[in-house]
Design a binder for this molecule. Sequence first.
Ligand SMILES: O=C(O)CCC(=O)C(=O)O
Length: 328
Amino acid sequence: MSIANKLKKNYKKLTHKISRLVSDGIYRIKQANYRLQLPKLTKDGQKIVEQLNQEGIFMIPLEQLPFESNYSLLEALEKLRKDLIAVSSDSSIRDYHRGFKHCIPINPTKIARDYPELFLWGLDEKLLDIIENCIGLPVAYHGVIARKEIVDGQQIGSRRWHKDGEDRNIIRLTLYLNDVLDETAGPFEYIPRSLTPSYKAFEQNSDILDEHMSKVVPREKWKMCLGSKNTVVFGTVAKIFHHGKVPLQERMAVSFHYTSRNPLNEERCREFSFEKGIPLITAPLTMRQQECLWKYQKLLPKRSPQMYLRDGKMLTLLKPKTSGKSNY
Ligand SMILES: O=C(O)CCC(=O)C(=O)O
Protein backbone atom coordinates (compact mmCIF):
# COMPACT_ATOMS: atom_id res chain seq x y z
CA MET A 1 0.00 0.00 0.00
CA SER A 2 1.39 3.43 -0.91
CA ILE A 3 2.03 6.02 1.80
CA ALA A 4 -0.79 8.18 0.40
CA ASN A 5 -3.25 5.29 0.65
CA LYS A 6 -2.11 4.47 4.18
CA LEU A 7 -2.63 8.06 5.24
CA LYS A 8 -6.06 8.11 3.63
CA LYS A 9 -7.03 4.90 5.46
CA ASN A 10 -5.78 6.22 8.81
CA TYR A 11 -7.61 9.50 8.26
CA LYS A 12 -10.85 7.63 7.55
CA LYS A 13 -10.40 5.52 10.70
CA LEU A 14 -9.74 8.61 12.80
CA THR A 15 -12.78 10.51 11.51
CA HIS A 16 -14.93 7.42 12.10
CA LYS A 17 -13.63 7.19 15.69
CA ILE A 18 -14.25 10.88 16.34
CA SER A 19 -17.79 10.81 14.97
CA ARG A 20 -18.53 7.69 17.06
CA LEU A 21 -17.19 9.43 20.19
CA VAL A 22 -19.37 12.46 19.49
CA SER A 23 -22.50 10.37 18.85
CA ASP A 24 -21.83 8.28 21.99
CA GLY A 25 -21.64 11.54 23.95
CA ILE A 26 -24.95 12.73 22.51
CA TYR A 27 -26.51 9.36 23.33
CA ARG A 28 -25.42 9.64 26.96
CA ILE A 29 -26.73 13.19 27.21
CA LYS A 30 -30.09 12.02 25.85
CA GLN A 31 -30.13 9.22 28.43
CA ALA A 32 -29.38 11.68 31.23
CA ASN A 33 -32.13 14.04 30.05
CA TYR A 34 -34.64 11.19 29.83
CA ARG A 35 -33.94 9.77 33.31
CA LEU A 36 -36.83 11.47 35.02
CA GLN A 37 -39.27 10.35 32.32
CA LEU A 38 -38.47 6.65 32.64
CA PRO A 39 -41.50 4.60 33.71
CA LYS A 40 -41.53 3.57 37.37
CA LEU A 41 -40.89 -0.11 38.00
CA THR A 42 -41.83 -2.29 40.94
CA LYS A 43 -39.14 -4.19 42.88
CA ASP A 44 -39.40 -7.20 40.57
CA GLY A 45 -39.05 -5.06 37.47
CA GLN A 46 -36.06 -3.29 39.01
CA LYS A 47 -34.46 -6.67 39.73
CA ILE A 48 -34.60 -7.58 36.03
CA VAL A 49 -33.00 -4.30 35.02
CA GLU A 50 -30.30 -4.57 37.70
CA GLN A 51 -29.40 -8.11 36.74
CA LEU A 52 -29.29 -7.21 33.06
CA ASN A 53 -26.92 -4.36 33.86
CA GLN A 54 -24.68 -6.54 36.01
CA GLU A 55 -24.75 -9.98 34.44
CA GLY A 56 -26.14 -9.23 30.99
CA ILE A 57 -28.80 -11.95 31.28
CA PHE A 58 -32.00 -12.54 33.25
CA MET A 59 -33.98 -15.79 33.00
CA ILE A 60 -37.57 -16.36 34.12
CA PRO A 61 -40.47 -18.71 33.31
CA LEU A 62 -43.08 -16.93 31.19
CA GLU A 63 -45.81 -17.63 33.78
CA GLN A 64 -43.90 -15.57 36.35
CA LEU A 65 -44.05 -12.47 34.17
CA PRO A 66 -47.58 -11.33 34.99
CA PHE A 67 -48.24 -9.48 31.76
CA GLU A 68 -51.82 -9.13 30.58
CA SER A 69 -50.91 -10.49 27.18
CA ASN A 70 -49.40 -13.77 28.49
CA TYR A 71 -52.72 -15.53 28.18
CA SER A 72 -53.05 -14.83 24.45
CA LEU A 73 -49.38 -15.54 23.89
CA LEU A 74 -49.60 -19.00 25.46
CA GLU A 75 -52.49 -19.92 23.16
CA ALA A 76 -50.63 -18.65 20.09
CA LEU A 77 -47.46 -20.52 21.08
CA GLU A 78 -49.31 -23.84 20.99
CA LYS A 79 -50.30 -23.18 17.35
CA LEU A 80 -46.86 -21.89 16.47
CA ARG A 81 -45.14 -25.04 17.78
CA LYS A 82 -47.16 -27.15 15.35
CA ASP A 83 -46.31 -24.84 12.45
CA LEU A 84 -42.64 -24.84 13.32
CA ILE A 85 -42.51 -28.62 13.50
CA ALA A 86 -44.03 -28.76 10.01
CA VAL A 87 -42.01 -25.92 8.41
CA SER A 88 -39.39 -26.89 5.85
CA SER A 89 -36.29 -25.07 4.67
CA ASP A 90 -37.65 -24.00 1.27
CA SER A 91 -40.93 -22.54 2.52
CA SER A 92 -40.10 -19.60 4.69
CA ILE A 93 -37.07 -17.53 3.78
CA ARG A 94 -38.67 -15.03 1.42
CA ASP A 95 -39.99 -12.40 3.91
CA TYR A 96 -36.53 -11.59 5.22
CA HIS A 97 -33.88 -9.55 3.47
CA ARG A 98 -31.22 -12.17 4.12
CA GLY A 99 -31.45 -15.91 4.50
CA PHE A 100 -31.14 -17.83 7.72
CA LYS A 101 -28.34 -20.35 7.39
CA HIS A 102 -28.68 -22.44 10.49
CA CYS A 103 -32.40 -22.18 11.19
CA ILE A 104 -35.74 -21.98 9.46
CA PRO A 105 -37.87 -18.95 10.32
CA ILE A 106 -41.61 -18.52 10.06
CA ASN A 107 -42.48 -15.53 7.90
CA PRO A 108 -43.63 -12.33 9.67
CA THR A 109 -46.63 -12.23 7.31
CA LYS A 110 -47.69 -15.65 8.57
CA ILE A 111 -47.23 -14.62 12.20
CA ALA A 112 -49.22 -11.41 11.65
CA ARG A 113 -52.06 -13.30 9.96
CA ASP A 114 -52.21 -16.46 12.06
CA TYR A 115 -51.01 -15.45 15.50
CA PRO A 116 -50.53 -11.67 15.86
CA GLU A 117 -50.61 -12.19 19.65
CA LEU A 118 -46.99 -13.21 19.36
CA PHE A 119 -45.99 -9.85 17.91
CA LEU A 120 -48.31 -7.97 20.28
CA TRP A 121 -46.83 -9.60 23.38
CA GLY A 122 -43.63 -7.72 22.58
CA LEU A 123 -45.63 -4.49 22.93
CA ASP A 124 -47.08 -5.27 26.36
CA GLU A 125 -46.87 -1.99 28.27
CA LYS A 126 -45.24 -3.61 31.31
CA LEU A 127 -42.63 -5.27 29.16
CA LEU A 128 -41.96 -1.94 27.40
CA ASP A 129 -41.48 -0.33 30.84
CA ILE A 130 -38.75 -2.82 31.65
CA ILE A 131 -37.01 -2.52 28.28
CA GLU A 132 -37.18 1.28 28.40
CA ASN A 133 -35.50 1.25 31.81
CA CYS A 134 -32.76 -1.04 30.46
CA ILE A 135 -32.01 1.14 27.45
CA GLY A 136 -32.63 4.41 29.29
CA LEU A 137 -34.43 5.91 26.28
CA PRO A 138 -37.71 5.43 24.37
CA VAL A 139 -37.41 2.10 22.56
CA ALA A 140 -37.82 0.84 19.02
CA TYR A 141 -39.40 -2.61 18.79
CA HIS A 142 -38.19 -4.49 15.72
CA GLY A 143 -40.56 -7.38 16.23
CA VAL A 144 -40.48 -11.09 16.72
CA ILE A 145 -38.67 -13.94 14.97
CA ALA A 146 -39.87 -17.54 15.30
CA ARG A 147 -37.46 -20.22 14.17
CA LYS A 148 -36.43 -23.83 14.28
CA GLU A 149 -32.77 -24.85 14.34
CA ILE A 150 -31.38 -27.09 11.62
CA VAL A 151 -29.39 -29.98 13.11
CA ASP A 152 -26.27 -29.92 10.93
CA GLY A 153 -23.47 -29.79 13.51
CA GLN A 154 -22.10 -26.55 12.05
CA GLN A 155 -21.00 -23.51 14.05
CA ILE A 156 -22.26 -20.90 11.59
CA GLY A 157 -24.29 -17.65 11.74
CA SER A 158 -25.39 -16.69 15.25
CA ARG A 159 -23.92 -19.97 16.54
CA ARG A 160 -20.57 -18.16 16.32
CA TRP A 161 -19.63 -15.97 19.27
CA HIS A 162 -20.64 -12.38 18.71
CA LYS A 163 -21.98 -9.16 20.19
CA ASP A 164 -24.82 -7.70 18.19
CA GLY A 165 -23.98 -4.41 16.50
CA GLU A 166 -27.28 -2.77 15.57
CA ASP A 167 -27.06 -0.36 18.51
CA ARG A 168 -25.12 0.51 21.66
CA ASN A 169 -27.57 -1.41 23.81
CA ILE A 170 -29.91 -4.04 22.37
CA ILE A 171 -32.37 -6.05 24.42
CA ARG A 172 -33.34 -9.42 23.07
CA LEU A 173 -35.81 -11.78 24.71
CA THR A 174 -35.53 -15.42 23.71
CA LEU A 175 -38.47 -17.63 24.57
CA TYR A 176 -37.80 -21.37 24.32
CA LEU A 177 -40.60 -23.33 22.67
CA ASN A 178 -39.26 -26.66 23.85
CA ASP A 179 -37.30 -27.81 26.89
CA VAL A 180 -33.68 -26.74 26.67
CA LEU A 181 -32.24 -28.68 29.56
CA ASP A 182 -28.73 -29.53 28.48
CA GLU A 183 -26.17 -28.53 25.92
CA THR A 184 -27.46 -30.94 23.28
CA ALA A 185 -30.62 -28.84 23.01
CA GLY A 186 -28.62 -25.84 21.72
CA PRO A 187 -29.06 -23.36 24.59
CA PHE A 188 -28.28 -19.66 24.42
CA GLU A 189 -24.77 -19.40 25.89
CA TYR A 190 -22.97 -16.26 27.04
CA ILE A 191 -19.97 -14.72 28.75
CA PRO A 192 -21.05 -12.67 31.79
CA ARG A 193 -20.73 -8.95 31.35
CA SER A 194 -17.79 -8.53 33.73
CA LEU A 195 -15.80 -11.15 31.77
CA THR A 196 -16.89 -10.27 28.25
CA PRO A 197 -13.79 -9.25 26.31
CA SER A 198 -13.52 -6.67 23.55
CA TYR A 199 -13.37 -7.81 19.91
CA LYS A 200 -9.72 -6.70 20.04
CA ALA A 201 -8.93 -9.82 22.10
CA PHE A 202 -9.46 -11.91 18.96
CA GLU A 203 -7.18 -11.94 15.98
CA GLN A 204 -10.13 -12.03 13.62
CA ASN A 205 -13.16 -9.80 14.15
CA SER A 206 -15.77 -12.30 13.07
CA ASP A 207 -15.97 -16.09 12.87
CA ILE A 208 -15.27 -16.54 16.57
CA LEU A 209 -15.63 -20.26 17.16
CA ASP A 210 -15.61 -22.10 20.52
CA GLU A 211 -11.90 -22.86 20.14
CA HIS A 212 -11.12 -19.13 19.74
CA MET A 213 -13.32 -18.07 22.66
CA SER A 214 -11.79 -20.72 24.94
CA LYS A 215 -8.34 -19.15 24.45
CA VAL A 216 -9.66 -15.79 25.71
CA VAL A 217 -12.27 -16.85 28.30
CA PRO A 218 -11.91 -20.34 29.85
CA ARG A 219 -14.83 -22.65 29.15
CA GLU A 220 -15.74 -22.93 32.84
CA LYS A 221 -16.71 -19.24 32.80
CA TRP A 222 -19.17 -19.63 29.92
CA LYS A 223 -22.80 -19.83 31.03
CA MET A 224 -25.61 -21.77 29.38
CA CYS A 225 -29.22 -20.62 29.74
CA LEU A 226 -31.00 -23.87 30.51
CA GLY A 227 -34.74 -23.92 31.07
CA SER A 228 -37.98 -25.70 30.36
CA LYS A 229 -40.38 -24.86 27.58
CA ASN A 230 -41.62 -21.23 27.90
CA THR A 231 -38.51 -19.98 29.68
CA VAL A 232 -37.78 -16.36 28.77
CA VAL A 233 -34.15 -15.25 28.53
CA PHE A 234 -33.62 -11.47 28.59
CA GLY A 235 -30.22 -10.48 27.17
CA THR A 236 -28.22 -7.28 26.63
CA VAL A 237 -26.87 -8.76 23.44
CA ALA A 238 -24.72 -5.81 22.32
CA LYS A 239 -22.81 -5.89 25.60
CA ILE A 240 -22.06 -9.58 26.07
CA PHE A 241 -20.50 -12.21 23.85
CA HIS A 242 -23.11 -14.88 23.21
CA HIS A 243 -24.25 -17.48 20.72
CA GLY A 244 -26.63 -20.37 20.27
CA LYS A 245 -24.77 -23.58 21.09
CA VAL A 246 -24.61 -26.00 18.15
CA PRO A 247 -27.70 -28.16 18.77
CA LEU A 248 -28.20 -31.88 18.41
CA GLN A 249 -31.97 -31.36 18.47
CA GLU A 250 -34.29 -29.08 16.50
CA ARG A 251 -34.52 -26.34 19.13
CA MET A 252 -37.43 -23.96 18.55
CA ALA A 253 -37.48 -20.42 19.89
CA VAL A 254 -39.06 -17.03 19.51
CA SER A 255 -37.08 -13.83 19.97
CA PHE A 256 -38.16 -10.21 20.49
CA HIS A 257 -35.81 -7.36 19.55
CA TYR A 258 -35.42 -3.81 20.91
CA THR A 259 -33.01 -0.92 20.37
CA SER A 260 -33.11 2.82 20.91
CA ARG A 261 -34.92 4.88 18.28
CA ASN A 262 -31.64 6.15 16.92
CA PRO A 263 -29.78 2.87 16.39
CA LEU A 264 -26.20 2.69 15.17
CA ASN A 265 -27.07 0.55 12.19
CA GLU A 266 -30.59 0.90 10.80
CA GLU A 267 -29.91 -1.37 7.89
CA ARG A 268 -29.02 -4.30 10.14
CA CYS A 269 -32.09 -3.64 12.32
CA ARG A 270 -34.21 -3.99 9.19
CA GLU A 271 -32.61 -7.20 7.94
CA PHE A 272 -34.26 -9.23 10.67
CA SER A 273 -37.23 -6.99 11.41
CA PHE A 274 -40.92 -7.78 11.38
CA GLU A 275 -41.44 -5.13 8.68
CA LYS A 276 -43.38 -7.33 6.25
CA GLY A 277 -45.87 -8.29 8.96
CA ILE A 278 -46.72 -4.77 10.17
CA PRO A 279 -49.30 -3.95 7.44
CA LEU A 280 -51.33 -6.92 8.67
CA ILE A 281 -51.45 -5.88 12.34
CA THR A 282 -55.00 -4.65 12.92
CA ALA A 283 -55.22 -4.75 16.74
CA PRO A 284 -55.71 -1.36 18.44
CA LEU A 285 -52.48 0.06 19.75
CA THR A 286 -51.84 2.85 22.21
CA MET A 287 -49.87 5.89 21.09
CA ARG A 288 -46.87 4.61 23.00
CA GLN A 289 -47.07 1.20 21.35
CA GLN A 290 -47.25 2.83 17.95
CA GLU A 291 -44.28 5.03 18.73
CA CYS A 292 -42.34 1.93 19.72
CA LEU A 293 -42.86 0.73 16.16
CA TRP A 294 -40.41 3.45 15.22
CA LYS A 295 -40.15 3.93 11.44
CA TYR A 296 -42.27 0.83 10.83
CA GLN A 297 -45.28 2.79 12.19
CA LYS A 298 -46.08 4.16 8.78
CA LEU A 299 -46.68 0.61 7.55
CA LEU A 300 -49.59 0.05 9.96
CA PRO A 301 -53.01 -0.19 8.33
CA LYS A 302 -55.16 2.96 8.62
CA ARG A 303 -56.85 3.24 12.01
CA SER A 304 -59.84 5.10 13.37
CA PRO A 305 -59.09 8.07 15.68
CA GLN A 306 -60.55 6.21 18.70
CA MET A 307 -57.94 3.52 18.28
CA TYR A 308 -55.20 6.13 18.63
CA LEU A 309 -56.82 7.54 21.74
CA ARG A 310 -57.33 4.37 23.74
CA ASP A 311 -54.86 4.30 26.56
CA GLY A 312 -52.92 1.68 28.44
CA LYS A 313 -54.36 -1.64 27.24
CA MET A 314 -54.30 -3.88 24.22
CA LEU A 315 -58.02 -4.48 24.17
CA THR A 316 -57.95 -7.70 22.20
CA LEU A 317 -55.70 -9.29 24.75
CA LEU A 318 -57.59 -8.58 27.93
CA LYS A 319 -58.26 -12.09 29.25
CA PRO A 320 -57.53 -12.30 32.99
CA LYS A 321 -54.30 -13.85 34.17
CA THR A 322 -54.63 -16.33 36.98
CA SER A 323 -51.13 -16.91 38.31
CA GLY A 324 -48.19 -14.60 39.02
CA LYS A 325 -47.76 -13.05 42.41
CA SER A 326 -45.43 -10.26 41.55
CA ASN A 327 -46.45 -7.13 39.74
CA TYR A 328 -44.00 -5.69 37.26
O1 LIG B 1 -29.94 -18.94 18.94
C1 LIG B 1 -29.61 -18.37 19.97
O2 LIG B 1 -29.95 -18.73 21.09
C2 LIG B 1 -28.70 -17.17 19.87
C3 LIG B 1 -29.17 -16.20 18.84
C4 LIG B 1 -28.25 -15.04 18.70
O3 LIG B 1 -27.21 -15.01 19.24
C5 LIG B 1 -28.62 -13.92 17.87
O4 LIG B 1 -29.68 -13.95 17.23
O5 LIG B 1 -27.85 -12.94 17.83
